[in-house]
Design a protein. Structure first.
Length: 233
């Protein structure tokens, strides 16, 4: 059985853009399909997923259904909902051509003709532009994280072992926990002596040291992070 599939995607960064909400994408896609007589849609949707991530659950499901000849038409709000990576765009184009799948971009050029030179130029040009936009956003995010780290501000996630969080106004700052820092030095020293992480774990337990949550047994991944961070400084 073949069907018309719509693919919806929104990333964490896109959540502040109402025009890219999954509901808005779906309404636009439905109106386009009605206008073009494409029939009823089957929806594939990934939320909080980057267009550069090939492992998106419903994206992988859509590709699998194309390979299984369950999809004959793919509809998307625009090309950047499908991918923001030139390599992934190329692989998708080849997959569609191999299985006779047509692509429709509701807010783009409409039906993409895989054998039309002008369409292929636009498809490639848009892929490059989307990839560059994604890279720019990533670089800005990384730059901001580096600035926050340089100011000693907490970046989010769990508090690393060896530090505590204190509030300075509305800002969370990381400060050294001297007692935990002594344990950090002990972990690094044991690792340099050639002990495995399991052996370090046992040694810390025998010496009576406690984890951040008060447990007598440190998680291996915590010990790995301690050693990795020490090697970076």
């Amino acid at each position: 059985m073949t069907l018309v599939a719509e693919y919806l995607r929104i990333s964490r960064e896109d959540r502040l853009r109402p025009s890219l909400s999954p509901d808005r994408q779906h309404v636009t896609n439905v109106a386009y399909c009605q206008r073009e007589g494409l029939g009823e849609l089957s929806t594939y949707e990934d939320r909080n997923e980057s267009g550069t991530d090939e492992s998106r659950p419903d994206w992988r499901r859509l590709l699998a259904d194309i390979r299984n000849s369950c999809v004959s038409v793919v509809v998307a709000y625009d090309q950047d909902r499908l991918f923001r990576d030139t390599e992934e765009a190329g692989k998708f184009r080849k997959l569609c051509m191999r299985y006779g799948v047509t692509l429709h971009l509701a807010m783009g050029i409409g039906r993409v003709d895989w054998r039309n030179t002008s369409h292929m130029y636009l498809f490639h040009f848009k892929s490059v532009g989307d990839a560059m936009y994604s890279l720019e956003v990533s670089n800005k995010t990384l730059d901001e994280m580096r600035k926050k780290a340089a100011r000693g501000e907490k970046l989010g996630g769990s508090v690393p072992y060896g530090y505590d969080v204190v509030m300075r106004g509305d800002t969370k700052l990381l400060v050294r926990n001297e007692e935990e820092q002594r344990v950090v030095s002990r972990v690094v020293a044991l690792h340099k002596c050639g002990l495995s992480y399991s052996a370090i774990q046992r040694t810390l337990c025998e010496e009576g040291h406690r984890s951040k949550t008060g447990l007598s047994r440190f998680e291996i991944k915590t010990l790995q992070r301690i050693v990795r961070k020490a090697s970076e400084t």
